[in-house]
Design a protein. Structure first.
Length: 195
């Protein structure tokens, strides 16, 4: 696990999903790994990751080194990852595990099983996150260009006798704002502003 951060991000996320699914309970190590997987690597998170995954430090010492702890992703229900949309969480007596279902905006659903409800929720949400990261980025060069706007050039010199009258201006067929009179809607309640 020491080389976990040096592998491809997708492989890192796959290993994290396995770790979360196999865990008996959540903890600071898993929370740090989730935060690291979501935030990317920098010198500080890489150092903290090494502290947490090394295993040679007690949780108290590691907690002191982590002055601003990561959110308790694997321990509480309300520490959601970006894009998390869990629509169902249930416990199965037969499996002795929790199941969670993540639903994406396009209707795709991801089901995950784990020992606790927070773990199942994070696994399902991270599965969807992994799929979103794997989707190709749309090439904007292939898109149709926006229609160009026609410019209206102002007349630079007007002689005194060539002023435009209202009859020369273009007319619109429909008014921009249609006013509705009180008589058009006699049953509508009257609005009052009270302060």
């Amino acid at each position: 696990m020491a080389d976990w951060a040096k592998t491809h991000p997708a492989a890192r996320l796959d290993e994290l999903l396995v770790s979360l699914s196999d865990a008996e309970e959540g903890g600071l190590t898993l929370d740090t790994l989730v935060a690291y997987a979501l935030a990317g690597a920098d010198l500080r998170t890489e150092t903290l990751r090494d502290v947490m995954t090394e295993g040679s430090f007690s949780l108290d010492v590691a907690g002191e080194l982590l002055d601003d702890r990561p959110p308790p992703f694997s321990r509480t229900l309300d520490a959601a990852i970006p894009g998390e949309n869990i629509v169902l969480a249930t416990y199965s007596n037969r499996r002795n595990q929790w199941a969670a279902v993540q639903r994406e905006a396009d209707g795709r659903e991801f089901v995950a099983w784990a020992a606790t409800e927070p773990l199942a929720r994070r696994v399902a949400a991270l599965q969807a996150y992994s799929e979103r990261q794997a989707e190709p980025v749309v090439n904007q060069a292939d898109e149709k260009p926006l229609p160009s706007l026609k410019s209206i050039e102002p007349k630079t010199m007007e002689s005194p006798g060539t002023r435009q009258s209202e009859a020369d201006l273009p007319k619109t067929e429909e008014p921009m704002v249609e006013k509705i009179t009180r008589g058009a809607r006699p049953n509508a309640p009257e609005w009052r502003i009270k302060f």
